[in-house]
Design a protein around this ligand. Structure first.
Ligand code: CA
Length: 219
């Protein structure tokens, strides 16, 4: 079941959307502010974002989201009370995938979300320079050449590449990539990083002395 996050400050509309989308078969998360919505982004498959929010302009929120690698591919439908071509163009330039002007019907919103999710299904790909990680097929190519990675090598690379520049301690990598029940040592991570470097070449995964590993911000 797809999970939709609705970020809308207007209580009555939020309630109507929550109920309507639930009836349409979605799992629904709601937030009444940009700050609360941001906290839930990681759990959403698709986002319904109101333009006018009390704490942050919806377009600014959207721009911030698109600059965050973990969310750059999240499908977003923007809601606005202002009709007109200018708004539409602005919304699309801001990185929205679709757009509805209030008032609208919940079935129409649900249909648009289904279409967005269908489109996004074929688009779950991370592109980092010459490196392309297809998250649907678990395939990695470097400059068009497919890399033969083990399952763990792939998992580790895909995890790190979601947020270039972010440093992860070895213990956190063990927990997030191998799982909390894995009885590995930090050496396990070192070995996999070494294997990945052999296959990818230098410059992709960086060691941050005393802290851990990160995917290069500018590989
Ligand atoms: Ca609003």
């Amino acid at each position: 079941m797809a999970r939709v996050l609705v970020v809308e400050d207007e209580t009555s509309l939020r309630f109507v959307l929550e109920r309507g989308l639930r009836n349409a078969g979605f799992e629904v998360l709601t937030a009444a502010s940009a700050a609360a919505g941001w906290e839930l982004l990681g759990e959403a498959d698709v986002l319904v974002l109101d333009w006018m929010l009390p704490d942050e302009d919806g377009l600014r929120f959207l721009a911030r989201l698109r600059r965050t690698p973990a969310y750059e591919a999240l499908p977003v439908l923007m809601l606005t009370a202002r009709a007109g071509e200018r708004d539409r163009v602005e919304g699309l330039l801001g990185g929205a995938d679709d757009y509805l002007t209030k008032p609208f019907s919940t079935p129409e919103l649900a249909a648009r979300l289904v279409a967005l999710l269908r489109r996004a299904g074929g688009r779950r790909v991370l592109e980092r320079g010459a490196l392309r990680i297809d998250l649907e097929r678990a395939r990695v190519t470097l400059a068009g050449r497919e890399l033969a990675l083990t399952r763990r090598e792939y998992d580790l690379l895909a995890f790190l590449a979601r947020e270039p520049g972010r440093v992860y301690p070895r213990a956190e990598l063990i927990e997030r990539v191998w799982g909390p029940d894995f009885l590995g040592t930090p050496r396990t991570v070192d070995q996999h990083v070494a294997q990945l470097r052999e296959k990818l070449g230098e410059g992709w995964i960086e060691t941050v002395r005393g802290k851990g590993y990160r995917f290069a911000e500018d590989p």
